[in-house]
Design a protein around this ligand. Structure first.
Ligand code: SAM
Length: 284
């Protein structure tokens, strides 16, 4: 198995396949030999669990996942990586690389096709330029996941693991908490990557609730409200929702009152349970 945390190996592969790292695709590859095994250990509950990886890059995390799970499917957008992965993953017969944009894939359909009859977990070192959209895409889909263990920018990790209703929270915080629990597992400094990014990172794990707290339909509806509310977080919830949802202010005011909220409340101050009440009030 090629030692993909060794900088000489990475540079030799890049040279052999004339590969240049794309900033635009968030290509910062892991070079700390302890990080990928740790992500795999935290992310894979048992060997039978299928693993979906997003963005295998040169395959440094993919190798560790394939050592611990019976089946791995890795979705990669950059086709220039095809000859590299052919070489770096040659020792494994339990990995399928799918050449597509994860944002254009239907996670539930992809999982049903790749992992029939298996529980599935997601493990990844996510491209930072679309961390939140990817997580939203997974959380909004009807895919039933055992867990999502991902490396994200440190600030994003703090937002994702924040308490809803606090200043640190954002739209993605609510999306996470409507589906499960989030925990920050460990920090990773920028020096652990090649090329080194300008920011530090952290690994988080989202564990979906065994029983969903709302239907997929309600979830989509709450997320529409959440996106509208956080799009203009400096405004009052009344103004942000009226303009974001294109609804009359009187209707929003009545729904806020029904939930016992003052008209001056800011969206970020609204906790999870009240959010669900607000969705019901607006639906009525
Ligand atoms: N897993 C490798 C590692 O840890 O070293 C690479 C991680 S790198 C931060 C992110 C990877 O995601 C890159 O390989 C990049 O090409 C890929 N990527 C970027 N956008 C993507 C998308 N929309 N769908 C699938 N993969 C994407």
């Amino acid at each position: 198995m090629l030692e993909l945390t060794d900088l000489r190996v990475i540079r030799a592969l890049a040279q052999r396949y004339d590969f240049s790292f794309s900033k635009g695709l968030g290509q910062n590859f892991l070079t700390d030999p302890e990080v990928c095994p740790a992500i795999a250990e935290y992310g894979i509950p048992d060997r039978a669990c299928g693993v979906l990886e997003i963005g295998p890059g040169f395959g440094v995390l993919t190798q560790q996942l394939a050592l611990r799970a019976e089946r791995v499917a890795a979705v990669e957008l950059d086709r220039r990586l095809q000859p590299v992965l052919q070489e770096t993953l040659a020792d494994f017969d339990n990995i399928t690389v799918l050449w597509q944009d994860i944002m254009k894939a239907d996670p539930a359909a992809l999982i049903a096709e790749q992992f029939p009859g298996r529980e599935v977990t997601v493990c990844a070192n996510l491209p930072y330029y679309i961390t939140s959209p990817i997580l939203m895409h997974l959380l909004e889909s009807e895919a039933r996941l055992r867990s999502i263990t991902v490396m994200v920018q440190k600030e994003a990790a703090e937002r994702l693991c924040a308490e809803p209703g606090t200043r640190a929270a954002g739209a993605v915080t609510a999306a996470v908490r409507l589906r499960g629990e989030a925990e920050l597992l460990f920090h990773v400094p920028r020096e652990a990557f090649y090329p080194a990014p300008k920011v530090d990172s952290a690994v988080i794990r989202i564990t979906p609730y065994a029983e969903p707290i709302c239907t997929p339909e309600t979830l989509r509806s709450v997320l529409r409200i959440v996106k509208a509310g956080f799009a203009q977080r400096r405004k009052t919830a009344l103004n942000a929702l009226a303009s974001g949802l294109s609804l009359p202010k009187e209707q929003i005011a009545a729904a806020l009152a029904e939930c016992g909220l003052p008209e001056t409340v800011r969206f970020e101050q609204i906790g999870l349970e009240t959010l669900l009440q607000l969705e019901a009030a607006l639906r009525d």
